[in-house]
Design a protein. Structure first.
Length: 256
């Protein structure tokens, strides 16, 4: 008997489910430090703080939000490990709405210094981020758009390179449609020589890398999939500087 080869989307979904299960197993029993504290008037009361020191208890949505977003824990890595299985599920479901945009989610991971955790823990986090990214690239209607998730994973890992490389490898129609939507969303900021999000560090380097990738990979790929001329010209203009850019007949913001 032969079985049909699973689709890319199905395989990516199974990988993500396995990664979420891996987080649950790896971080089971984690708690915040016994002496952890936070400002009662800005974060929450002692009963809520006590929940972070008890393992595996689900937090309500508001408390989870306040916890991952708070920048002033004395031991942010321990707090992040405590909430990570529930936090990851909420992220994948699109239930996390950061006030300052998706970069804030990535910064919470970065503040947790997860790459320096014990190997099993760091590998579980890395696998989750990669599995989530792969899932979104193959999902026609993901809960979190690819352009937003790229910000999360880039800020969480401190680099754009592996995420852009995976986008190149995913050559299907769905990933290409996500690319067209992202490029259209990024165009305004990049044509103003700005990264489309507020990077924690290395913003200029990330902008240069993203710009080069759009020119070298995204533009020919999108042209081959019938992308609008306006979008292709907008990417083309990224290769120009100064007057050559804004005096080009296809400059989109003439008169602004």
């Amino acid at each position: 008997m032969t079985f049909p080869h699973p689709s890319a989307a199905h395989s990516a979904h199974r990988r993500l489910d396995a990664a979420l299960d891996g987080l649950a197993v790896t971080f089971r029993g984690m708690t915040a430090r016994p002496d952890e504290h936070n400002c009662e008037c800005h974060w929450g009361g002692p009963e809520e703080l006590a929940l972070l020191k008890v393992p595996d208890v689900e937090l309500d949505h508001d408390l989870l939000h306040r916890t991952w977003q708070a920048p002033d824990w004395s031991d942010h890595p321990a707090v992040l490990r405590r909430i990570l299985p529930q936090f990851a599920r909420s992220l994948v479901a699109g239930r996390v709405e950061p006030i300052l945009g998706p970069a804030g989610i990535g910064r919470s991971f970065d503040r947790g210094r997860w790459r320096s955790w014990p190997r099993e823990q760091a590998e579980a986090v890395a696998e989750f981020l990669h599995a989530w990214w792969d899932h979104v690239l193959t999902d026609p209607a993901p809960a979190v758009p690819a352009r937003e998730l790229l910000v999360v994973v880039a800020e969480a890992s401190g680099t754009l390179t592996p995420w852009l490389a995976r986008w190149e490898e995913r050559t299907g129609t769905t990933a290409t449609q996500h690319l067209a939507e992202a490029a259209a969303d990024w165009e305004y900021h990049l044509l103003g020589d700005e990264l489309p999000w507020d990077a924690w560090d290395g913003g200029d380097e990330k902008r240069a890398e993203l710009t080069a990738w759009l020119l070298d990979h995204a533009r020919p790929r999108l042209a081959g999939h019938g992308a609008p001329d306006e979008l292709l010209h907008g990417i083309r203009l990224l290769a120009l500087t100064g007057p050559a850019r804004w005096e080009d007949p296809h400059w989109p913001y003439r008169g602004c």
